[in-house]
Design a protein around this ligand. Structure first.
Ligand code: SF4
Ligand code: SF4
Length: 111
């Protein structure tokens, strides 16, 4: 499914992905934010400044997008020491405010 954002940029989302909720509503894993641009964490750890975040993962089992940096940070940051993985997940969860409200402006949802 291709969705133009407010700047006429096309982002690709799985056709089973849920529609983006309104700003402030609970995050439903629609993937719109991370398919549009990388978050600060992706910029720092993945050295990705624009475009779809390469850590955005489609979870077939639940038909939602998930943050790969949260699920398996060691896959994306190969140099991550084993002892640091658990700490990294906790930090990531906090940085991206996982399981909280959608903070992506509604104009990025034209579905
Ligand atoms: S923060 Fe919003 S746009 Fe991003 S995945 Fe959650 S619901 Fe979708
Ligand atoms: S690192 Fe995770 S939260 Fe950040 S843009 Fe990538 S998939 Fe989204």
């Amino acid at each position: 499914m291709a969705i133009p954002d407010s700047h006429d940029k096309i982002i690709w989302l799985h056709q089973q992905a849920p529609g983006k909720p309104a700003l402030g509503q609970p995050c439903n894993g629609c993937g719109t934010c991370c398919a549009t641009e990388p978050c600060p964490m992706a910029i720092v750890f993945l050295w990705q400044r624009r475009g779809r975040c390469r850590a955005l993962e489609w979870d077939e089992a639940v038909s939602l997008y998930r943050c790969g940096m949260l699920r398996r940070p060691e896959y994306y940051v190969r140099t991550l020491p084993h002892f640091f993985r658990h700490i990294m997940r906790r930090l990531v969860k906090r940085w991206i405010a996982a399981d909280t409200a959608c903070d992506t402006p509604d104009e990025e949802n034209n579905a």
